[in-house]
Design a protein around this ligand. Structure first.
Ligand code: G
Ligand code: G
Ligand code: MN
Ligand code: NA
Length: 253
């Protein structure tokens, strides 16, 4: 209960910040995107990781205002980078199930884009496979979002239980291969086969594909061999504070 109270207070007191993890194009080695990841600077507990409060916020509904803050802050920051002369790249924002189920999600997203002045193509929304179980709802919702011009990525791809049939019907742009598969590609032939198949399937469906949780040179080598489009992971950079991603953006795009 105290964490729940602290969450509300933390939102009012501006205790949340965003870290950013770069996404790298394999062909060029350039940063072509960044994922915004929330962090809580708790006045007594210090930095509280999202795993400690996102599930609670999902449960009590605070994820909705918190998620709206993340969306607006990420868009505002990306526009500020563009205005400062940094490269124009899409910013990825994680949506929670509750946000996805909001009736007026597309209006909310449209409002944030207008308010921050960010062009829709520079926003990418990440949803997980588990959020796509209601096929009719999902397909309408994604179509409305795509009409705005934002990108849609399927996060943690391969870990959900949804059928593949949605891949051809949903308006999505990119698959993010879950890091549980990427972790073992060099040791486990099954993991390697799954990753290679996801990349191939994505390309046959005209989708981009990014590997998450890339940590080693060997993994990079495998992913290059199999023509993965992009990578994200500690190999290149962990999620970092604003000043650090700005340095990366200044040097490597
Ligand atoms: O950054 P880290 O690996 O600690 O994140 C842990 C989990 O918290 C990840 O599954 C990530 O998707 C989730 N997460 C981080 N930031 C956000 C956010 O802004 N909104 C939602 N819904 N989840 C987030
Ligand atoms: O569920 P989601 O993909 O949104 O979670 C992203 C989280 O994954 C981030 O919070 C980040 O801390 C974590 N992460 C990013 N890169 C790596 C990596 O290379 N290895 C591991 N183990 N975790 C990573
Ligand atoms: Mn994500
Ligand atoms: Na992810």
């Amino acid at each position: 209960l105290t964490l729940q109270h602290d969450l509300r207070k933390g939102m009012l007191n501006g205790e949340f910040i965003l870290h950013y993890q770069p996404q790298i194009r394999m062909e060029t080695g350039h940063i072509v995107g960044a994922e915004a990841l929330i962090r809580w600077m708790h006045p007594e507990k210090g930095l509280v990781p999202p795993g400690m409060f996102i599930p609670l916020a999902e449960e009590n509904g605070l994820i909705v205002p918190l998620g709206e803050w993340v969306l607006e802050e990420a868009c505002r920051q990306n526009k500020a980078w563009q205005d400062a002369g940094l490269p124009h790249i899409p910013i990825s924002v994680n949506l929670s199930m509750r946000q996805f189920l909001l009736q007026n999600l597309n209006e909310k997203v449209g409002q944030v884009l207008r308010k921050t002045g960010l062009e829709a193509k520079y926003l990418d929304l990440e949803i997980t496979e588990s959020m796509t179980m209601d096929v009719e709802y999902t397909s309408n919702c994604l179509m409305e979002l795509r009409e705005l011009g934002v990108g849609i990525s399927i996060d943690d791809f391969g870990t959900g239980y949804s059928s593949f049939s949605y891949l051809k019907d949903f308006s999505i742009n990119r698959l993010k291969i879950d890091r549980s598969f990427v972790r073992n590609i060099n040791e486990d032939p099954s993991a390697a086969a799954i990753v290679a198949s996801i990349i191939s399937m994505a390309h046959h469906l005209n989708l981009q594909v990014i590997a998450e949780g890339v940590e080693s040179e060997d993994q990079v080598h495998f992913l290059k061999e199999h023509s993965c489009d992009e990578i994200q992971g500690y190999y290149y950079s962990p999620p970092v504070p604003v000043q650090e991603i700005e340095q990366l953006l200044t040097g490597y795009c």
